[in-house]
Design a protein around this ligand. Structure first.
Ligand SMILES: [Zn+2]
Ligand SMILES: [Zn+2]
Length: 340
């Protein structure tokens, strides 16, 4: 990440076809958790997820578990996440049994709470309805959330043991505060766009982004940042080492799948889903401005005139300049390295 938008990942030399301005743009690192290139990844992720959903009413469910599990997550991030997902999958499956319909569900794992605190939980966008056994769409006005929480409570430790995770440090089941096994639910009319839009901010492991209010206190050696939490601006101050430690811990380990699809949204139902998508078509705005570099002077989309290999440095633009208004050569701009 430290080398994002430096020569490390190569880049391109672009020129404005209108005013002739030339500049070098270095490539993004595309690493999980990178606060510089998250913006474009965020949009891509949002589009990709929305494309696979139905344009219908959804519940936004949040599965929370007792705080005592945090230590287990920190030590076995991948296995813990998989176990937690298994439980949520099981919980969602009970809906089919209870209501006789198969809903669609996209589940997203998140590890952070307010102030980058460690708080593993799972968000779900769940269709407020599903297909019955005759293939007919049946809407659901509400579901029994407490029952879903109970399923997770019943199976989490079992799943961890199945994955050979040492749970001996956990208190006995009866010592764990039962009220900490919760499912919060919010109903969204028409589509899951708002839920997915909200989740996209942190989907790639960027729990603090550079557009946020971040302040460094050189005297105290702390970082202070402000987040929007339940409609309020909340500020957190952390020692720099804690800040970095927490930030890094929230980046999902390589090759872990933090987004899962269940029921109608799973692969098993892909042809059925395609049919349903005609009934509930989704409308996504695909404008992706960041794919094209715009001229900083006249905002015209710029042409790529040279592609740069990793570590390749451009000493002079003269050799491959397509236009020759010399006055523009004064305006040469080199973008990057940015921020770091
Ligand atoms: Zn221009
Ligand atoms: Zn990056």
């Amino acid at each position: 990440m430290k080398e994002c938008r430096t020569t490390r990942y190569g880049g391109r030399v672009v020129q404005c076809p209108k005013c002739g301005l030339i500049k070098t743009v270095y490539n993004a690192c595309n690493q999980r958790g990178c606060p510089i290139c998250y913006k474009r990844n965020q949009k891509l992720w949002e589009h990709r997820v929305l494309e696979s959903l139905l344009n219908t009413n959804h519940f936004h469910l949040v599965f929370s578990i007792p705080q005592v599990f945090t230590a287990v997550w920190l030590r076995h991030k991948k296995e813990f996440m998989n176990a937690f997902f298994e439980c949520v999958k099981r919980a969602i499956a009970t809906i089919s049994g209870d209501y006789g319909v198969t809903p669609g569900c996209v589940a997203v794992f998140q590890s952070h709470g307010r102030g980058m605190a460690y708080k593993p939980h799972i968000h779900c966008a769940l269709t407020a309805g599903g297909l019955d056994e005759n293939g007919k769409w049946v809407p659901l006005g509400s579901i029994a959330y407490t029952r879903l929480a109970k399923v997770v409570q019943e199976y989490l430790i079992k799943e961890l043991l199945r994955k050979e995770i040492d749970t001996r440090e956990l208190p006995e089941q009866h010592e764990i505060n039962n009220r900490e096994w919760t499912v919060y639910s919010t109903y969204y009319q028409d589509s899951a766009e708002k839920i997915i839009g909200y989740l996209s901010y942190t989907a790639n492991g960027v729990v603090i982004n550079l557009n946020q209010d971040i302040e460094e206190d050189l005297v105290k050696g702390t970082m202070r940042f402000t987040e929007n939490h339940a409609g309020k601006q909340v500020s957190t101050e952390l020692l720099k080492t804690t800040f970095v430690e927490r930030y890094c811990n929230h980046i999902p380990p390589p090759h872990t799948v933090t987004v899962r699809y269940y029921g109608l949204y799973s692969n098993q139902y892909s042809s059925k889903l395609e049919e349903l998508q005609k009934e509930f078509p989704i409308d996504i705005d695909y404008e992706d401005e960041e794919l094209v570099d715009h001229c900083p002077e006249c905002h015209t989309p710029m042409d790529i005139i040279k592609t740069l290999e990793p570590y390749e440095v451009v000493m002079s633009y003269e050799d491959f300049c397509n236009h020759d208004p010399p006055e523009n050569m004064k305006k040469l701009t080199v973008i990057g390295p940015a921020f770091f």
